[in-house]
Design a protein around this ligand. Structure first.
Ligand code: ZN
Length: 431
């Protein structure tokens, strides 16, 4: 990589140097200590003191000019009242957010890391105590804006690796595992769990039959296998859903690494439960391959897209950060209403099924043979009357006005098609 390309790839993330000293400049905080004792305290009012303290003869001095990088660490005692103005606490909070973004960026530079990328997407610009950044101290607004810009840059710089291809496959895998996981935990065994359980039990039975030939009194083992099924499945599914990166070693792809991790987790769990039975390893292999076939089958059969409306106030039953990447991979149109982002887009039926098992925050508007562009969805959602997005409306697509959505979508498609024809005519007027 040439030096200029490396420089371009390097993030210009804001640091403590970008945060002004503000009212802290020139502050001189006298330090205190107990008559006998070496610990320095920031205040004579500290409740660590049993008897009146004395001046320590030194102070914590903030320089007259510089940045937050020049403020000495107060260190020491945890009980001292904070001698600094509110600005200090607010600025320190901003510094810790900067540090957070830097760590996420480091992880992304180090290699494929879905969790870190989702972390950047979900990196919100809230201030101290979840406050609106608009309420920040006026001197902190500039570094706050720099942090927001840096977040967008980091997201954009790594977008290529997480928008499609392997990352889409990963998300489908996570979605399918979530589907099975949700189905698994319902009081009545769900329709996805049943065939799975049957297949797994068959394999366990075969393992038992083989055991019985060697060891005729295997009631305990039979019990262990039955009992193990739920726990093993749960662990296997959780390993598939886990957003954190799986060790890739020599694996060709993040997806392959994810499968390998699930297999390892399963094998470890079975070995632990069944001790050193010779069947444990083969059982793990067979269970893994059956489960893998099921997950791959469900993912493939439910990959066809459907048009959905999403109410921005609800969450979907994915690991929560994974929801962020869902919208990156299936962008569509967005309508901001208050703090919520409502959406209209097409995504694999799998996600609507997952959602329908519990929350129902996605609504299927139509099957689609169309390959609509995000612009078409944007136009359609922009034309929904504003009242549909009021905080009192239960779900925006359920209101009368939004009920016209399929119609608005058809209109947006027609308009896009005629704009396309118009553009072609301009390019080639003889047609
Ligand atoms: Zn103290």
């Amino acid at each position: 990589m040439s030096a200029s390309v490396a420089a371009q790839n390097e993030a210009s993330l804001p640091t403590a140097r970008d945060v002004p000293l503000g009212p802290l400049a020139g502050m001189d905080v006298p330090l205190w200590k107990a008559a006998t004792g070496a610990v320095l305290h920031l205040s004579a009012e500290c409740r660590a003191f049993r008897v009146p303290p004395q001046r320590a003869g030194v102070s914590l001095r903030v320089p007259d000019r510089g940045s937050m990088a020049d403020v000495p660490e107060p260190g020491g005692c945890q009980s001292c009242p904070n001698p600094f103005p509110d600005y200090y606490t607010e600025a320190r909070h901003l510094l810790s957010r900067m540090e957070e973004l830097r760590k996420l960026d480091d992880r992304l530079v180090a290699g494929h890391d879905l969790d870190a990328y989702c972390g950047v997407l979900a990196f919100s610009m809230h201030g101290l105590g979840g406050r609106d950044p608009k309420d920040a101290h006026r001197l902190l607004r500039k570094p706050l804006a720099a942090l927001a810009a840096a977040r967008d840059q980091v997201a954009a710089r790594h977008a290529g690796a997480y928008r499609g291809g392997e990352a889409t496959e990963e998300l489908l895998m996570i979605g399918t595992a979530s589907l099975l996981h949700t189905d698994f935990h319902r009081r009545r065994p769900g329709k996805f769990r049943l065939p799975w359980q049957e297949a797994w039990e068959e394999i366990c039975e075969e393992a038992l039959d083989a055991q019985e030939l060697e060891n005729p009194s295997s009631d305990q083992i039979r019990y262990d296998y039955r009992h193990g099924f739920d726990q093993w499945c749960e662990k296997w599914l959780t390993a598939l859903m886990d957003l954190s990166p799986a060790e890739q070693h020599a694996r060709p792809s993040p997806v392959a690494a994810r499968w390998a991790r699930a297999h390892d987790v399963l094998e470890r769990a079975i070995k632990r439960d069944l001790q050193d039975q010779p069947w444990a390893v083969r059982l793990a292999d067979r269970l893994h391959h059956t489960g893998r076939g099921l997950v791959a089958g469900i993912a493939a059969s439910m990959a066809e897209p459907v048009v959905v409306a999403y109410d921005g106030r609800e969450v979907i039953d994915l690991p929560w950060l994974a929801q962020e990447i869902l919208w990156v991979q299936y962008p569509g149109g967005v309508r901001q209403a208050g703090r919520s982002q409502h959406r209209l887009t097409a995504l694999p039926r799998l996600f609507t099924l997952l959602d329908s098992l519990s929350r129902r925050s996605l609504d299927v508007i139509a099957d689609t043979d169309w390959h609509d562009s995000p612009a078409v969805y944007q136009e359609a959602i922009d034309n929904v009357p504003k009242a549909a997005f009021s905080p009192d409306a239960y779900c925006w697509w359920n209101t009368n006005a939004a009920g016209r959505l399929p119609h608005l979508l058809v209109m947006a498609r027609t308009e896009a098609a005629s704009a396309r024809r118009q553009a072609q005519r301009t390019q080639a007027p003889w047609r």
